[in-house]
Design a protein around this ligand. Structure first.
Ligand code: BES
Ligand code: ZN
Ligand code: ZN
Length: 515
């Protein structure tokens, strides 16, 4: 899809489909939608009444223009209630209109810049959100479909033009669409990695993908190190190695490092990047549960257990274009959780890279074991902040459902900033406590820590967070348990299809570039 901003008159736009909008409950369109209505002799107003079009989110009304304007058809897309309206509304309205365009075989689409009229949104941000909505709605994972099937389900939108009358707004929107395209591409990169079958997307596959992200330029550097099992043994990474024991695939700790050049950041901060952030990701490429094997229904979808890692790789895949003035590290613990003859046994004790020992009471609580080493590696980089993303607990899905991530922290100010980035990106998070009073959740008789609580089921997500906290030094840290929103069983919001969502990618990029 070729996306552009065109400065000009909407009424003169030549396209198979022209997209305008309406807030919920509005009977008489005004603004750009009103102008199109007038050009069509009041047809929109008439149909809004007759078809009982209410303007709810995702609702659409399609009309032929019968050559009254150059566009062949007009689509009115509902924005929902004006009082609830935000950038997320722009993303969704655009996504729904692209879906509809594909359905009716429109190859060229022209659209108004949603939300910048009475919606009152900033043109740059609205442009960005529109592109995110359009490109993410267009995403499909069809690599393993027969060719005929691809053709049957896909009508491509070739050109998508956002038409803006005002020159300043057009300029701002153009800036926004560039960023939106980058963020959507990073998200698609993460989605692809997650959607790939688990015997393809192995720990080695993640390491190979990471290595491809190496860049050297005069403005910045991206360096990649991958540590295989021999190296991990030297490092004392008993956590990752322990989980990996039941698997025939080699485990890797992947370290990505983005550094802007002295010159690039010199203007703002006298030669040093403004701060150092470490992103840590769970990269369990398949979680069978180990000897504490999952029932088959629960095991379906466990290829998604590397979604945290995928989001971080997605982020790094576009840093060369966004060039933020920060030092950014990615640390990924990549392994399978399988049940070969050497697999972890309940009761085993592991010595982690930090020196702390873990009693493995449940082989299916493997994510926190893997992350113990990844977090120790992160501490040693002496960062200002650590943010980890992990599909850690099914309990998080029970608590906040399939759209929210559960967030835990040792630093409210950092969480506040991450939450604002989450809101801006439309990838919502919700705070959970890490109470000192629950310290006995992790007591072990034989090791420093046990990997599950013995009080069955209570506070499962919090227990995961408390466990991870044991491996974080006095550094501001946010843990995002993303078990719910990384994967959807049914479409949502127009731009989140079935399967991998790439959750976290846009949130992190928004955080790194704006917060
Ligand atoms: N990868 C799972 C968590 C998960 C569940 C992610 C569903 C996505 C969807 C994790 O490794 C796990 O199995 N956690 C256990 C922890 C328990 C044994 C304390 C769980 O949630 O049941
Ligand atoms: Zn597990
Ligand atoms: Zn897992």
């Amino acid at each position: 899809m070729k996306i552009s901003v065109r400065q000009g008159d909407l009424m003169k736009a030549r396209a198979d489909l022209l997209v305008v909008n309406l807030f919920e409950g509005v009977r008489r369109p005004s603004g750009a939608t009103g102008a199109v209505d007038q050009a069509l002799g009041g047809l929109l107003t008439e149909l809004i009444g007759e078809e009982h079009f209410e303007g709810k989110e995702g609702e659409t009304l399609l009309v032929h223009t019968h050559k009254k304007i150059p566009a062949k058809r007009v689509l009115v897309v509902g924005l929902g209630k004006q009082s609830d309206f935000s950038l997320e509304g722009v993303r969704r309205a655009t996504a729904h209109s692209i879906k509809k365009a594909k359905l009716i075989g429109a190859k060229t689409v022209a659209s108004i810049l949603h939300g910048t009229g009475i919606g009152g949104l900033d043109a740059e941000r609205a442009g960005q959100a529109m592109v995110e909505g359009a490109l993410l709605a267009d995403y499909e994972f069809v690599k393993y479909h027969a060719e005929g099937r691809q053709k049957a389900t896909r009508s491509e939108v070739k050109e998508f033009a956002i038409v803006v009358a005002d020159a300043d707004k057009a300029k701002a929107a153009t800036k926004g669409i560039e960023k939106g395209e980058i963020l959507a591409r990073a998200t698609a990169y993460a989605r692809d990695l997650v959607n790939e079958p688990p015997s393809v997307a192995t720990p080695r596959h993640l390491a190979l993908y990471a290595r491809k992200l190496k860049v050297t330029s005069s403005k910045f550097k991206i360096e990649i190190e991958t540590f295989g099992e021999k190296k991990l043994e030297q490092m004392g990474a008993g956590g990752i190695l322990g989980v990996s024991r039941g698997s025939d695939e080699e485990a890797f700790l992947i370290h990505l490092h983005y550094h802007p050049s002295r010159k690039a950041s010199a203007d703002k901060s006298g030669g040093k990047p403004t701060k150092k952030v470490v992103l840590v990701g769970k990269g369990v490429t398949f979680d069978s549960g180990g000897l504490g094997i999952k029932p088959w229904e629960a095991m379906i979808g466990m290829k998604n257990d590397m979604s945290g890692a995928a989001a971080i790789l997605g982020v790094f895949s576009v840093l060369r274009e966004l060039k933020p003035d920060l030092e950014i590290h990615g640390v990924i613990g990549a392994t399978e959780n399988m049940l070969g003859g050497k697999a972890l046994k309940p009761g085993d004790v592991l010595t982690t890279m930090s020196g702390k020992t873990i009693e493995v009471l449940h082989t299916d609580a493997e994510g926190r074991i893997v992350l113990s080493d990844a977090l120790t590696f992160a501490n040693r980089l002496k960062p200002d902040e650590i943010i980890d993303l992990a599909t850690l607990t099914g309990a998080a899905i029970v608590a906040v459902g399939e759209l929210y991530a559960a967030a835990m922290t040792n630093n409210e100010a950092l969480l506040g900033r991450v939450k604002r980035a989450a809101e801006a990106s439309g990838e919502p998070i919700w705070p959970f406590p890490l109470p000192k009073d629950y310290a006995d959740y992790l007591k072990s008789d034989v090791a420093d820590l046990a990997n599950i609580t013995k009080n069955k089921g209570a506070g499962g997500t919090i227990a995961g967070g408390l466990f991870l906290q044991e491996f974080v030094d006095k550094i501001p840290w946010v843990h995002l348990d993303i078990a719910g929103p990384v994967f959807l069983e049914k479409e949502h919001a127009g731009y989140l299809g079935k399967g991998a969502t790439g959750f976290g990618t846009r949130l992190l990029l928004e955080y790194l570039t704006n917060h």
